[in-house]
Design a protein around this ligand. Sequence first.
Ligand code: GUN
Length: 288
Amino acid sequence: MTSKIIDGRKVAADLLLKTQAFVAELNTTYTVIPGLAIIKVGDNPASTAYVNIKQKRAAEVGIHTELVTFSSNISEQDVLRTIDMLNARKDIHGIIIQLPLPAHLNADTLIDHVSPQKDVDGFHPDNVGAIATGRAGILPCTPKGILYLLKTLPIHLNGKHAVVIGRSRIVGKPMAALLLKSNCTITHIHSHSQNWRPITQLADIIVTATGTPRLLTPEHIKTGAIIIDVGSSKISLPNGQSKFVGDVREDVVQKAGFITPVPGGVGPMTVAMLLQNTAEAARSQINV
Ligand code: GUN
């Protein structure tokens, strides 16, 4: 029997191997080493942890990374100047600005400044617009990774009722657009939605990305539903230790058809897709 736990670590590891092979081919055929620049402002511990894992995995697949760190009081002009330099560099094919940013920096202003061809996070309006209008563009890493996980399951997305909870730039909005493109019927729930529980009970697929620990309990879901948990919140335990939990309470696993664990579900897919996007961006920037 197929396990109902979706092993994101395993799927991501297979994908990283494919990216490694693709990177090796770019190197042999075109003597190109894909380069990824990561801009990090301030010292948010979660961002530092995410950036470390991105750099570690990149090194494993042969992608060069460059970390540009700024102190939290850096001016917007200085960050924009750095983005200009990275946009112009031939050895940098992907640029990401690690979010969240300090309050005085406008994420839109900085993201809009990244060349759309190097926007391997898929956050630039050109890439967001490409999904919305069904054109080719760079897909954002987490929704792309989730779609990839869903396609490993023995189900068809066509016609399924998918409920997306949360409407962030990083997950919720692009996820709903991609599921719609996959012919799902979409309901989008967010922090202002009223009386949403009867809606999640109808869902064949739920993607939740709210950051509210254990928001979803067994009463909220239909038996056999596919549950994708993008949440990852650090909670303190009574014994003084802490652990990461998702948006989905642990006992939902008994009622779900398939479910992603936290950790080890969606998280590894985001990193794997970032590196796939970077390798593909490098390929598309070769003039042959
Ligand atoms: N912060 C949390 N997730 C992400 C992501 O996928 N990309 C960037 N740039 N920042 C993030």
